[in-house]
Each structure stands twice: as C-alpha cells, then as structure tokens.
Ligand binder design. Structure first.
Ligand SMILES: [Zn+2]
Length: 329
C-alpha cells in the first residue's frame, strides 16, 4: 500500500460534508432549516465560489462548530478518515485557534482559551487504532489585529512539538503590511517553528521578496511561476517548497481548469523549485475529495506524468515540518 503525506489541510475544510451534516443534526443546528436534506447541504457546501472571500464565509461557519467541547468529535473523524480512505501516513493540519474560542467570552478570556484549544487538539490527534502522525500548524490571519496574532504566535511557541509551524492565512488583503508579517514569521523561526504563508494564491500583489527570507514553504504561490517566474530562482536558492492544491483553485475561482497548472509545474521544475501536492480543504471539494484523487487529476489533465508520481509523493515527506526523519524535521 502506498502511503501519502498531506502538508496543507485546514481543520475547518478537512471534514467530509456528511460528518458535518450529521453533527448539525445531532445538535439540532438552526442552519438545517435551509437544508432539510443532505443533498441540498452537500451542493451548497461543495459548490465552486467566484472568489476566495465567498469561499471563506462557509469556512467560518465550520470554524464556529469546532468549539472546545466538540473538537474531540471532529479530530477523531479527521484522523481515521485520512488514514482509512486516503492512506495518509503523515498530515499537517492547520487552523486558527482564536476562531474556535467561545465568542461570548471577553477577548482576554478568548486569548487564554486558545491554550485549551491547542491542548485539546493535541490530545485528540493520536487515535490509538490509526497509525497516522498528525502535526499542527497554527494560522495567523490577515484580518485579525496585531495583538491577537501575537497571542497565536505565543501559543504556537508554547506548544512546540505538537505544533510544528506557523502559517499566515486569510484573504490576500493589504499587501503594504508585508513587513508586519515578515517580522511575525522571523520571530516564529527564531523559536524553532517552521514557516509557511498563504501567498500568491489569488494574485501577485502580496508576494514581497522579503517573505522569501523567512519562509520554509509557500501555501499555493502559483502566481509566482505564472506572473513573476524570475522570482523562482530565489525560491530555489532558499529551498522554499510550494504547496499546490489543485482542486482548491477551481473551488475558489482562482483557475478555470487544471491544465493551467501545467506551466506552474514546468517552470518550477526548470527552476529547481519543489512542489508538494496538497488538498487545502478536501471536504469542500466535490467527491472524491482525497489526496490520491488530487494526484490522479493532475495526471488526467497532463500536468504531471504517471512516472512523476513517486517523486511528487516523496517531495511531500521531504518538505514536511515534523515528519520523523524528514529533511526539515
Ligand atoms: Zn489554505
């Protein structure tokens, strides 16, 4: 059996829609008044969006469901599904701990509750019967104030081990703030965390070269080879891996079809920039929403050749932040 590694998967977008729907039913959630049957929910939940902002709105709904009380339920299903149906041996799951705190609490209390969130997730990502290794990446968010992002970084540092990295997430707004983010990422690195950032996903404006001095990987980054291929030389020099999530670009309206990724893979190969194929939000993709499915779609669309498959799989393990024996661990 071939085993796989997924390095870019959001906790809020990782779960099969059936699991979310059953959870809503169990909790008699008011949103069910719009979706009396599963099929209606499924087509709403997995429909392609015109923009990333639109996509993120549904994501926020799931984040709110994943409260402290319910995290063990979601974590168990996430791990066993990834191992059983996708043959994942290693997974890095990313999330924003602040978005899972209780909204009714004061901001100070919410910041304090982030520690409980991370500890609860850590305790529930080790299901005894499923031999999968799951590490965590905490997400800073471009929409949040400095103080909250600072607190997220601190929780990540305090939980180094189960938490292996920091990500910068949220829609690609306010490119002029690059220096703040570079400072956050540099601080993360200096305390032993690895770094990645959602960058160059929807456009090139946020891709400031200073990011390359503080990043181990880039979430997506596809607009670098598409629009500024001359930057690839620097990525290769710094050994920065791109996390490419094919179906996600169709769901968020970034690409019309996957053949557009051909040039991404070709230019990266020529420049010596590594690519790890990942899923991003597999629960939001139309079925089959699995990592092996993403590989298959790349072959179907002539983005990669079947003979490339082994090296693509190996790259994910090599670029992992916490894979035992991996080059970056
Ligand atoms: Zn993502």
């Amino acid at each position: 059996m071939t085993l796989y590694a997924d390095l870019h998967r959001h906790l809020g977008g990782a779960l099969h829609p059936r699991i979310i729907y059953k959870f809503l039913q169990k909790n008699d959630h008011p949103i069910l008044s719009y979706f009396p049957d599963y099929d209606g929910f499924l087509s709403w939940f997995t429909r392609p969006c015109r923009t990333l902002e639109e996509f993120v709105k549904i994501h926020s709904l799931v984040e709110e469901l994943q409260s402290l009380e319910h995290l063990p339920y979601f974590c168990l299903r996430l791990c066993r599904g990834a191992y059983t149906f996708e043959n994942l041996q290693y997974m890095e799951i990313r999330y924003n701990p602040y978005f899972r705190t209780d909204k009714d609490l004061s901001e100070e209390k919410r910041l304090g509750q982030m520690t409980d969130i991370v500890e609860t997730i850590t305790a529930n990502l080790r299901p005894a019967e499923y031999p999968i290794t799951v590490k965590q990446i905490l997400c800073l968010d471009r929409r949040l104030p400095h103080k909250i992002n600072d607190a997220i970084l601190k929780v990540a540092k305090d939980n180094l081990g189960p938490v292996v990295g920091i990500d910068l997430a949220g829609p690609e707004i306010e490119p002029e703030k690059w220096e703040d983010w570079v400072n956050f990422l540099a601080s993360a690195r200096s305390s032993g965390l690895k770094t990645t950032a959602h960058l160059g996903e929807t456009g090139i404006d946020n891709v400031h070269p200073q990011f390359f001095t503080v990043l181990d990987r880039i979430g997506h980054g596809i607009h670098i080879p598409l629009e500024r291929p001359e930057m690839l030389k620097e990525l290769a020099k710094k050994q920065i891996t791109l996390e490419v999530c094919p179906t996600s670009y169709k769901q968020t309206g970034v690409l019309k079809d996957l053949t557009q990724l051909k040039v991404v893979f070709e230019r990266c190969r020529q420049a010596g920039v590594a690519i790890a194929v990942c899923t991003d939000n597999p629960g939001r993709n139309p079925a089959p929403c699995t990592l092996p499915g993403e590989y298959e779609r790349l072959i179907d669309n002539d983005v990669i050749d079947f003979t490339d498959l082994k090296s693509v799989q190996t790259e994910a393990f090599r670029s992992a932040f916490g894979y035992p024996g991996g080059a970056r661990s």
